[in-house]
Design a protein around this ligand. Structure first.
Ligand code: 5CA
Length: 437
């Protein structure tokens, strides 16, 4: 794409409530535009990053056997009355009436709807286990939407639901999701640590929040520092390895605010190993057994002959919030560098633009055409402005590789740099090799 042609409304005007760097950057480089409190439009650059994150989440969920589907954003209040959550959910739920006066709502989550779908379709233990997920907009009328995409009213979430015949089998599904989450966050170059958490309005007995440490995070977390040294590459998808993974993580103290107990922390963790800090909750998983299947009468035939409520868990990832978390982590000292897996473009070509000497731009266009031919997603900065302004702009846009065509370029060798490292002269073949690797 040519930078002069794409819709990229860069701005220096920040709203007064843009207090944290991810919110500021997303506005400055035109990733999002607020339409009302806590509700945003996703402009092309932001949308492109979100789609890449979504695709990593999808791939890793498919890898553990979860199946994608799509549920509506608008739900009937009836199923929420059946589960008993219609009143409990309170003002966070956006309630609507249709023209017939029927009570509807904009889904804040989907436990009821998926249970209703499941109960009308699956009758026998022989069809279990099942894991279903969708990636969809959610609405929660938050009291104080803030920090840009971190705490929105409308946000994009991956939520998955597991169905099993027994507690024991359900815990295996929980472990598979736990593993999938570690893989997802590692592909996103985020260190997200599972911490024992409160189950809040979703309910249930076991729950972990996946937390990325950041001063600007809204969660207070307490952990033994060695939990950060667990190498998640050591686990595989076998039942035994998954059990070991859970055992290894649970052997370190790591909890969120509501689960924190000072005397436990002090007795279990040496002072010098204690971390008490803030973090961003990028994912949250729950095991709640028959909390929804019982009231909604979602029963399956057990092999012993009786009917039993299916055992369920639910598993969320804040897809839109993740973009904020990535920026909080990867935007350092005024320079953004997207992880290669989600960068809006693989590489940007930055030629010096000179009306009287078009050679740099012509070279840049040749390189651009070759990279396009090689299926590399490349941005060409053909905007007429000086190099220092260009560099400042690209410090914010954050594409991890740059090809710079200017005074230092030779006939067939160009400056190539990975953000954060020094530029070196390479020929085009070498550059392509480096980008592809
Ligand atoms: N049904 C369960 C899991 S499927 C559920 O709704 N869990 S949740 O409430 O913890 O939300 C899942 C994830 O969505 C959170 O971990 C967080 O990353 C994201 N999220 C929740 N509320 C918001 C919000 N107001 N703005 C942005 N992201 C949010």
């Amino acid at each position: 794409m040519l930078l002069s042609k794409i819709f990229l409304p860069l701005t220096k005007d920040l709203p007064s409530d843009a207090k944290i760097k991810s919110h500021q950057l997303m506005i400055r480089i035109g990733m999002i535009k607020q339409s009302s409190a806590g509700i945003y439009s996703w402009l092309p650059l932001g949308f492109k990053v979100m789609k890449k994150i979504e695709s990593i989440v999808r791939q890793e969920q498919n890898n553990i056997g979860a199946q994608e589907m799509l549920m509506p954003t608008i739900q009937s209040a009836d199923i929420w009355k059946e589960s008993g959550r219609y009143n409990d959910y309170g003002d966070e739920m956006l309630r609507i009436k249709d023209r017939q006066g029927r009570e509807m709502l904009y889904g804040p989550t989907n436990e009821e709807l998926i249970t209703e779908i499941f109960r009308s379709s699956i009758k026998s233990y022989k069809s279990l286990p099942q894991m279903l997920y969708h990636i969809q907009w959610k609405f929660r009328d938050e009291v104080r939407p803030r920090f840009g995409v971190m705490r929105c009213r409308e946000f994009y979430m991956k939520d998955a639901y597991s169905f099993d015949i027994s507690d024991e089998e359900a815990k295996k599904s929980y472990n598979k999701m736990f593993y999938s989450y570690l893989k997802i966050f590692s592909k996103l170059e985020l260190k997200a640590i599972p911490m024992a958490a409160d189950t809040g309005p979703i309910g249930g007995e076991i729950s972990h929040e996946f937390i990325v440490l950041a001063d600007t995070g809204e969660s207070n977390v307490y952990a033994e520092k060695n939990i950060f040294n667990i190498n998640t590459d050591n686990y595989n998808f076998s039942e035994e390895s998954l059990r070991k993974m859970r055992y290894d993580f649970s052997s370190f103290y790591a909890v969120t605010d509501e689960k924190f107990n000072k005397s436990d922390f002090d007795s279990k963790v040496k002072k010098e190993n204690q971390i008490s800090t803030r973090g961003i909750e990028v994912g949250h998983i729950f095991y709640f057994g028959d909390k929804y299947s019982k009231p909604l009468n979602c029963l399956v035939d057990h092999h012993e002959g009786k009917k039993i409520p299916v055992k369920m868990g639910s598993y969320g990832i804040g897809v839109s919030r993740l973009i904020g978390a990535l920026i909080e982590v990867h935007f350092q000292n005024g320079v953004m560098k997207w992880p290669k897996s989600v960068s809006p473009y693989n590489v940007v070509i930055i030629p010096s633009i000179n009306k009287n000497d078009k050679r740099s731009l012509e070279t840049a266009i040749k390189i651009y055409n070759e990279l396009c031919r090689q299926k590399i997603d490349v941005l060409l900065d053909d905007v007429d402005e000086n190099m220092s302004a260009k560099f400042k702009k690209h410090d914010l846009i954050g594409i991890p590789y740059q090809i710079i065509i200017g005074s230092k370029s030779e006939e067939s060798r160009f400056e190539f740099k990975e953000v954060g490292k020094d530029a070196t002269l390479f020929n085009l073949e070498e550059i392509i090799e480096k980008i592809k690797n």
